[in-house]
Design a protein around this ligand. Structure first.
Ligand code: PLP
Length: 387
């Protein structure tokens, strides 16, 4: 049986080159970078090299990169830190389709004095930019809008969003956890103030992330303590993982152009094959503005979890809804916000590819999916779609 991993928006395999780069920092260079002695102090320059590698992938200056413990921490630090720097009566503008790492912190702050506006999306998962503009009110407004959606892969027009937000004098954070390493990002051209990224979505380990903070952005730290990361993020640095994140960013930069074309071709073949061979299936989200690696499809009248279990028996891994909500049968908040009919939300599957997927992987999935869908439709307890 073949093993086909198509759940790369949940997490990715750590690249062998990344492991190789990290190993010396477990085995040999394990000192504390804050130490006075050479044993620890010499490690600082390796952290700075990693910072340079991360910065270079997104067009930032290395001094604008703060290493964090994960994408969630970066998101929390950006939104919470910006609110704290402005006072608790800030207005936060975000969207209904953000990852819980943003949604939860915005809702928490709304329970503690902030005003929160969650912008709606249309059936394609896209925002109404006039509605965004109408909600902006100077420096007291903090906008947090993701670059690309983890469930559908839909890419928001972040250049346009940044232009509108900056014209109105507001501060803009973007959760680019799913975008970094998959599509070109250049903060010199896209004037976001803060940008979150996470190691385990681009072939570095879980448990390391970074926050880009544009020079001059007012932000309070989330973690207080030592002077690490220029006082912006206290805590002894996770040296091997930071080194791994740097190497992963370098690899992503090297292969992005080629991989974008290859992955898009694989994803499009998967999409076309499923649409051709399975009845009552729809693609979720804006197909034109989408990450090259992501496909979200809704199979009407079937439980997504049943498809996943049958796929799992045949060695295939995908996801129903977002990684962070799978395990609970709560319908996806993203698909609900898009108005996807109830019967298709429950039968939605996300396939997400990486540079380790091959043509043979797609052949294997296309060989088995139609039969899985056919069998499940035979035993489907659902009636006709009322929507
Ligand atoms: N933001 C988005 C869009 C994500 O997809 C994820 C993880 O799935 C996160 C934030 C959280 O990142 P981490 O798992 O590194 O905390």
């Amino acid at each position: 049986m073949r093993n086909v991993y198509l759940d790369n928006n949940a997490t990715t395999m750590v690249a062998p080159e990344v492991i190789e780069a990290m190993n010396p920092f477990f085995e040999e260079f394990w000192g504390n970078p804050s130490s006075m002695h050479t044993f620890g102090g010499q490690i600082k320059k390796h952290i700075e090299h990693a910072r340079q590698q991360v910065a270079s992938l997104i067009g930032a200056d290395p001094t604008e990169i703060v290493f964090t413990g994960c994408g969630t921490e970066s998101d929390n630090m950006a939104v919470r830190g910006a609110v704290e720097a402005r006072g608790e009566h800030s207005h936060i503008v975000s969207t209904r389709v953000e990852h819980p790492a943003v949604l939860a912190v915005c809702r928490h702050l709304a329970n503690h004095g902030c005003t929160l506006t969650e912008l709606a999306v249309d059936s394609q998962g896209q925002l109404d930019l006039d509605e965004l503009g109408g909600n902006l009110d100077g420096d007291a407004t903090i906008v947090s809008i993701m670059w690309a959606n983890n469930e559908t892969g839909v890419i928001f027009p972040i250049d346009e969003i940044a232009r509108i937000v900056k014209q109105n004098g507001c501060i803009l954070h973007t959760d680019a956890v799913q975008a970094v390493g998959k599509i070109p990002i250049d903060v010199r051209k896209t004037p976001v103030d803060m940008l979150s990224l996470s190691g385990h979505k681009l072939h570095a380990p879980k448990g390391v992330g970074a926050l880009y903070i544009r020079k001059g952005t007012r932000l309070n730290p989330l973690l207080l303590g030592g002077h690490q990361e220029g006082g912006k993020r206290a805590g002894t640095e996770n040296v091997p993982y930071i080194i791994g994140l740097g190497r992963a960013c370098q690899l992503a930069a090297e292969c992005m152009e080629e991989e974008t074309v290859r992955l898009k071709a694989l994803r499009d073949r998967l999409e076309a094959g499923i649409l051709e061979t399975c009845p009552n299936v729809t693609v979720n989200g804006d197909r034109k503005h989408r990450l090259p690696n992501t496909l979200s499809v809704g199979f009407k009248h079937i439980e997504g979890e049943s498809i996943l279990l049958m796929m799992d028996d045949l060695g295939m891994a995908a996801s129903s809804g977002s990684a962070c909500t799978s395990g609970s049968l709560e319908p996806s908040h993203v698909l609900r916000a898009m108005g996807v009919p109830f019967t298709s939300v429950h039968g939605s599957i996300r396939f997400s590819l990486s540079r380790y997927n091959t043509d043979e992987d797609i052949d294997y999935v296309l060989q088995h999916i139609p039969r899985i869908v056919e069998r499940l439709l035979e035993i489907s307890p659902f009636g006709e779609d009322p929507a």
